[in-house]
Write a protein that binds this ligand. Structure first.
Ligand SMILES: CC(C)(COP(=O)(O)OP(=O)(O)OC[C@H]1O[C@@H](n2cnc3c(N)ncnc32)[C@H](O)[C@@H]1OP(=O)(O)O)[C@@H](O)C(=O)NCCC(=O)NCCS
Length: 271
């Protein structure tokens, strides 16, 4: 993993007080990031993991709460077992950093009425989590409950292009043609931006897709893009592109990520 730039705090795994289960692994990471908003700072905790169920299980199992461990045991399908384990592990890493809590099993991430992830932790501090997973990769972002956010990651998959394009508005299609981006890259970016917003809103994709329409797309760094939402002016999206995966974050429009924080997320995505 590349070094974490100044202004953000990488995994504090060098500290002797951190249990062995949290020690840094080349395929894991966590970083405390700061968002600037109205001259104040908001701390968030990003956790990520790349790997298979078998690779990750020995490191993740000690961080599961008893209820999470039981749920994992009851999951029937291997693909879901992997996404659940990786997602909970990435989430725990982000939460542990944000909460300064060394024991992952004291935190439980459970599902709400709309499958949205909710945090149970013996503290008054209002913390929430957003989780995303795709084959062999998961990210979890812990944030203050009053500052809603959502993340979504997708592998680029040309065989899904028709589905992705069918969900684009005519303005998005017109922009895609002039964006200079490969068609599947552009379509996947827009899809993840919308899914990220749907998670921030906790609607999931049960609402008409058009309401998540994007606009004012612009490149803000190498492989990093930003857009607005036409019907949700209070949010914006930031997208990171890696060779085969694309990650979007939906966040309150006026909350700013520093250039260093943008690079940390790019590192997390690449692994
Ligand atoms: C939310 C949704 C967009 C996720 O899309 P995806 O690309 O398949 O999956 P991702 O890996 O990116 O994200 C999955 C994570 O999103 C989170 N999530 C699920 N539903 C969510 C919601 N309504 N709001 C916020 N986050 C949600 C969960 O943490 C889930 O991981 P987990 O099940 O391991 O906890 C999609 O599953 C959806 O639309 N679900 C509908 C949810 C719903 O309305 N359910 C009610 C019962 S019918």
């Amino acid at each position: 993993m590349s070094p974490i730039p100044k202004g953000t705090q990488a995994d504090d795994t060098e500290s002797p007080s951190v249990p062995a289960s949290l020690k840094q692994h080349p395929k894991d990471g966590a970083a405390r990031l700061r968002l600037e908003r109205d001259a104040e700072f908001i701390e968030i905790g990003l956790g990520w993991v790349h790997g298979t169920y078998e690779e990750v299980f020995p490191r993740a199992a000690p961080l599961l709460s008893p209820s999470e461990a039981k749920l994992l045991t009851n999951l029937e399908f291997p693909r879901r077992r992997e996404s659940y384990l990786l997602g909970r592990y990435a989430a725990k890493r982000g939460l542990l950093l944000l909460l300064n809590e060394p024991d992952g099993s004291r935190i439980s991430v459970f599902s709400g009425a709309f499958d949205q992830p909710l945090v149970e932790y013996p503290s008054q501090r209002g913390v929430s989590i957003t989780i995303t997973h795709t084959q062999g990769l998961a990210l979890g972002l812990a944030f203050p409950v009053g500052h809603p956010m959502g993340i979504d990651v997708e592998r680029k998959d040309a065989s899904r292009l028709a589905i992705l394009v069918a969900q684009m508005t005519s303005a998005e299609r017109a922009w895609a043609e002039t964006s200079g981006l490969e068609e599947v890259t552009c379509a996947t970016m827009l899809w993840t931006m919308k899914e990220a917003l749907a998670k921030a809103l906790t609607t999931g994709l049960m609402s008409p897709w058009e309401i998540y329409a994007t606009g004012e797309w612009r490149c803000i760094g190498e492989g990093i893009w930003e857009s607005r939402f036409l019907n949700f002016a209070q949010y914006r999206a930031v997208t990171w592109m890696a060779d085969d995966a694309i990650l979007s974050l939906a966040l309150p429009r006026n909350s700013l990520l520093s250039p260093d924080a943008l690079q940390v997320v790019a590192t997390a995505l690449r692994g």
